[in-house]
Design a protein around this ligand. Structure first.
Ligand code: ATP
Ligand code: MG
Length: 413
């Protein structure tokens, strides 16, 4: 079954609102195993909307529309469908009654132009809207389907879940698509894709990589006649994916690296503190995003100036000789904070977040070091990106170093 979505509203075209309705609906369609081929944004214009409906009926089996069901003159979804099908909208007594009661119960007079919300065309049946005044239309014409829903996201979702989804599950009957996301850290997107290359061409299940804020995501998808079978396909596929890239996989879907690291810290009974320069406390912020982090996260020294770095234990000679944006300074900071806070692990960040250079170091130059019970390691990078992104990447590097350290420790024991 080929489907498309039309999100109606000039606001969408002006960039005033984001089309979260289509985002939600497209995820739902893929869960139903319906092939979604087009998403369009059409403004509140009768001709363009009518043409869009005609085009959709020509190329798709199912058209889902959101928005434009309100009572005002620029709400034209019903009118466009009626025009496209050459049918006439007629007020339905039962719908009118329902609408008037809705206003009566709220002690408000019904504006007469609202009456159009009580209309239907011969090909349409009504889809009740329990939380708003605009009912949707369910249209069946020449083996094609149209569903209209209000633009207001809560109304749309409720109507979808309770009334349209069950209809489509019966009509589609084509099976379901199950998806699962594995999150990795420590590899760039092209490197990650290279590692899983043998599986990228697989057609069912499928595998795709996405570079995200918290690492590269690997999205697996499988299509089957039932959810159980699709999930089983993914279970087996995940084993193959992990054989290739398992060392970098830290979690599923909503899991965060700070929570994963936090759990390992707790299990190991270790503590950590940070000395941060270029990340300005962001690493500490990430650590404390995880519930229960007080069990292992002791604190952070935000030492933005050389003087403060020295005050908390970085040897002046190190700064004099190598500068603050250096591997040596990063190492010294990691060890200094471990000592100052009395933790098992110290992590430090120092660098030039940009946009200007510092100590002749290019903006985006970063050093992240870790002192893990006396064993010091350091990583460096030059990222040509925004200030915020440099800070975030340095933080992910720090968390990744700790994660790798914890895994190595667990393996050794
Ligand atoms: P109303 O009765 O409120 O006029 P409607 O069905 O006519 O409802 P619109 O007028 O198109 O819907 O949109 C109403 C509001 O719903 C918009 O102002 C916007 O906040 C939200 N909305 C509309 N379309 C979308 C969309 N595609 N994604 C997210 N929000 C939307
Ligand atoms: Mg409206």
């Amino acid at each position: 079954m080929k489907a498309e979505i039309i999100a109606v509203g000039t606001e969408l075209l002006l960039g005033e609102i984001l089309d979260t309705n289509s985002q939600y609906l497209s995820q739902q369609m893929s869960g139903l195993g319906i092939d979604l081929y087009y998403i369009s944004h059409i403004g509140d214009n009768h001709t363009r909307l009518t043409n869009a409906v005609l085009q959709a009926l020509d190329r798709s089996d199912l058209l889902i529309m959101t928005g434009g069901l309100g009572p005002t003159e620029d709400d034209l979804t019903r009118e466009a469908i009626a025009a496209a099908l050459g049918e006439t909208m007629e007020v339905q007594a039962d719908l009118e009654n329902h609408l008037r009661t809705w206003y009566f119960r709220r002690n408000r007079p019904m504006p007469e132009r609202n009456i159009k919300q009580a209309t239907l065309i011969p090909s349409a049946t009504t889809i009740p809207n329990p939380i708003g005044t605009a009912p949707g239309w369910w249209v069946e014409t020449n083996g094609k389907y149209i569903a209209t829903m209000p633009g207001v996201p809560v109304e749309m979702r409720k109507m979808w879940e309770e009334q349209i989804l069950p209809k489509l599950q019966i009509i589609a009957g084509t099976g379901v698509i199950a998806t699962r996301t594995l999150k990795t850290v420590g590899l760039g997107e092209s490197a990650a894709e290279e590692v899983v290359q043998p599986l990228i061409r697989s057609t069912n299940p499928t595998l795709a990589t996405y570079a995200k804020n918290d690492g590269v995501h690997l999205r697996m998808g499988a299509k089957a006649e039932s959810r159980d079978v699709a999930e089983k396909l993914i279970d087996d596929f995940e084993v193959e994916v992990r054989e290739l890239i398992g060392d970098w996989v830290y979690g599923y879907e909503d899991e965060t690296l700070s929570a994963v690291v936090g759990k390992l810290m707790k299990d190991a009974g270790l503590t950590v503190g940070t000395m941060e320069s270029c990340t300005g406390g962001l690493l500490a912020s990430y650590f404390t995003d995880a519930a229960g982090s007080s069990a292992y996260f002791k604190g952070s020294l935000i030492t933005y100036t050389p003087v403060l770095k020295m005050q908390y234990g970085v040897p002046p000679e190190t700064i004099e000789k190598y500068g603050v944006v250096s591997e040596e300074c990063a190492r010294a900071m990691a060890s200094a904070v471990r000592l100052a806070l009395g933790t098992d692990v110290g992590i430090s960040t120092t660098g030039v977040a940009g946009p200007d250079a510092l100590e002749d170091k290019r903006p985006g130059t970063c050093f992240v070091a870790m002192d893990f019970q006396g064993e010091v390691s350091v990583e460096s990078a030059v990222w040509s990106t925004t200030r915020m992104e440099v800070k975030r990447r340095a933080v992910m590097d720090g968390l990744n170093m700790l994660w790798q350290g914890l895994k190595a420790r667990a393996k050794a024991s």
